[in-house]
Design a protein around this ligand. Structure first.
Ligand code: HEC
Length: 273
């Protein structure tokens, strides 16, 4: 702040102090009146405009679209911008790092901009930054509202080569019912946190793991796991099959469910398309 600004500020301040109203009781009184009105409005709305209870949660639903309330769309969309093979990076970037950098910059503004000037018309830089941030949030909100749903009607997916009642059909149901599509895309349906699995069956996986399988599955034995055996090990213990894997373990299926799921995955892109 230069000398001239300082003088002007002091003069303004003295003037305001002479003419203005004192904080106590004047401003406090006004604050309280507004607070009471706001609370009365909230209480009134909750009495006269009750919000109903939605249908009970059905975890195997294939039509549910996991979207947040509209005022979180900008964060929700940011998760998609930081999508990556790693499950945790998008969450940390979009919900912690980026918002906190912006908050710290906002808090630091009075220390960065030391001029006494407070009229917004004389602060084109601050004004442009403010407008840009709000436009960015509005754009992200719009994208979050109109963008593709992260998880789609996976149960409606059909694969050539899968006959009803077969092990692969049962495996497909295990896949859909356990939320695998919340992270993995299959034939255009699903999330993008993990790799696309549409043709995962064309890959050759192999792992050596000498520990015990958390849930023993008949016919699947170590220490070398390949083919469907690898999928069984990977589902129960991703890091055992792929050191450093960011995928959560699914350790509470039945032996048959593991076997069917492995049959389905092992054929994706080859037998089942
Ligand atoms: C929370 C997100 C998440 C969920 C839910 C999830 N996965 Fe994964 N999955 C990942 C990530 C991330 C990777 C990549 C791990 C790595 O290699 O670092 C992965 C990797 C895989 C791979 C290896 C693919 C390749 O090409 O390397 C398979 C197969 C797989 N997942 C199957 C499944 C199945 C089956 C389910 C459901 C039972 C499931 N995933 C649920 C995040 C998830």
């Amino acid at each position: 702040m230069n000398r001239q600004d300082q003088e002007a500020y002091k003069a303004d301040y003295a003037q305001a102090k002479k003419e203005g109203k004192p904080f106590f009781p004047y401003a406090i009184y006004k604050d309280h009146v507004v607070a009471v009105i706001v609370f009365a409005a909230i209480i009134g709305m909750s009495i006269w405009q009750r919000v109903g209870v939605g249908p009970p949660v059905y975890s195997a639903s294939s039509t549910f679209e996991p979207r947040p309330e509209w005022y979180f769309f900008f964060l929700f969309q940011m998760l998609k911008i930081f999508k990556n093979q790693n499950a945790f990076l998008p969450v940390i970037m979009a919900t912690f790092i980026v918002p906190n950098i912006l908050m710290v910059l906002l808090l630091a503004t009075p220390f960065i901009d030391r001029r006494a000037e407070r009229r917004i018309s004389k602060r084109p830089f601050a004004l442009s930054v403010g407008i840009l941030v709000f436009m960015g949030m509005a754009w992200l909100t719009y994208q979050g509202e109109t963008g593709a749903a992260p998880v789609g009607g996976g149960n409606a997916l059909t694969f050539t080569g899968i006959t009803p009642g077969s092990a692969a059909a049962a495996g497909q149901a295990v896949f859909m019912d356990n939320g695998c599509t919340s992270c993995h895309m299959v034939k255009g349906v699903g999330g993008q946190v993990g790799p696309n699995l549409t043709t995962v069956g064309t890959k050759t996986f192999s792992a050596t793991y000498s520990g015990k399988l958390p849930v023993p599955v008949p016919g699947v034995k170590g220490p070398t796991y390949t083919g469907t055996g690898w999928y069984v090990l990977h589902t129960q213990c991703p890091i055992c099959a792929k050191p450093g894997s960011g995928m959560p373990a699914f350790a509470s299926l039945t032996p048959t469910e593991y076997a069917n799921l492995a049959t389905f995955l092992n054929g994706l892109g080859t037998t089942y398309k």
